[in-house]
Design a protein around this ligand. Structure first.
Ligand code: PBG
Length: 324
């Protein structure tokens, strides 16, 4: 018997390049941005800040010079109450931010996150019923209104991150009825109740890091339900799907890739960024190589786009490597 000598293809750098079929470019990146009442450094994510509306144009200019034009936006506000009233303020942080971003960079594409958690004083993604569970129907109604407000403010895509049942269908109908036919829906279809959202929650000033959202977000111990939920979102009219978190759920992403033929996005969440960043700060990792390997893993598993807090760094590294 003859053994297969795969290394014949690996011994020469030119041959290694010849066979590459997984690539990651800055064009695949979506930047998460926190918009706040004042600018401050993120307390838990080294290298990240929350931007005031005043400082936002400068940030957008910097990112557009790096060819970064896609954004997901999150508010960091103290204006919170039980039903998240501030989410429906047409003069709130996010509608204003959308306007500023579009004026600063006419090429910008905005994915507006839709969920009530940054605006509720209890930190849940919806309105609570008398048993302190999130009320599905009341919440979907609020999400419809919020989606219309954000579409009206100029969002290109609505990105519902709440995990209520039937919200994609409801939002699609509301958008269509108001003539927002070209506004898309990028739904957080498979979103897991994860420990990796911790730093995000402090950025949006949530009351607790470890809030239990298991009655609406998916259990990491259920193998197939994320697939069923995603297929349902496609039926309800989603234009694209997000799998979240990223690294721990590559199996779900890869399975979805073989089942649906609409764009898929992986969300490399705040805790995943923090792990790489802290390890790199302590010299336990070669940061650039570790980040690139992670981004390649998303693409290999089937992601078209990737939302990551590393977007700006990656775009800089990519640019520097072109100059070599
Ligand atoms: C909630 C929302 C969360 C994130 C984005 N939208 C977290 C949560 O469910 O509390 C997390 C993103 C991250 O960790 O980077 N609607």
């Amino acid at each position: 018997m003859n053994i297969l000598r795969f290394r014949r293809w690996r011994n020469h750098p030119v041959l290694r390049h010849l066979l590459e079929d997984v690539f990651f470019f800055p064009q695949h990146l979506i930047c998460p941005l926190f918009i706040g009442e004042s600018t401050f450094i993120h307390p838990e994510l080294p290298g990240m800040s929350i931007y005031s509306l005043l400082d936002l144009p400068q940030k957008i200019k910097t990112l557009s010079h790096l060819d970064l034009h896609c954004f997901v936006l999150f508010p960091s506000t103290d204006k919170k109450d039980a039903s998240g009233t501030e989410s429906l303020n047409p003069r709130g942080l996010i509608p204003k931010a959308i306007d500023i971003i579009k004026k600063t960079n006419p090429k910008a594409v905005i994915f507006a996150d839709v969920a009530l958690d940054p605006y509720t004083d209890h930190g849940h993604d919806g309105i609570l019923d008398k048993n302190s569970l999130v009320d599905n129907e009341k919440t979907v109604l609020a999400l419809e209104k919020m989606s219309l407000l954000l579409a009206g403010a100029g969002a290109d895509f609505i990105a519902p991150s709440d995990m209520m049942d039937g919200r994609v269908w409801a939002i699609r109908n509301a958008l269509d009825a108001q003539g927002f036919l070209s506004t898309g829906i990028l739904s957080y279809a498979a979103k897991y109740a994860s420990a990796f959202y911790g730093p995000f929650r402090s950025a949006v000033k949530a009351p607790a890091h470890s809030l239990d959202k298991k009655s609406y977000q998916l259990s990491p111990q259920h193998k197939n339900i994320g697939i069923s939920e995603s297929l349902e979102d496609v039926k309800e009219g989603a234009d694209g799907l997000i799998v979240k978190p990223g690294v721990c759920y590559l199996d779900i992403l890869s399975k979805l890739k073989s089942l649906v033929h609409i764009p898929l996005v992986s969300y490399h969440v705040s805790g995943e960024y923090a792990m790489l960043r802290y390890a790199s700060i302590h010299n336990a990792l070669d940061e650039q190589r570790a980040v690139l390997e992670t981004l390649h893993a998303f693409r290999r598993a089937g992601a078209d786009g990737v939302i990551t807090y590393y977007a700006e760094d990656y775009a800089r590294w990519h640019r520097a490597s072109l100059k070599l």
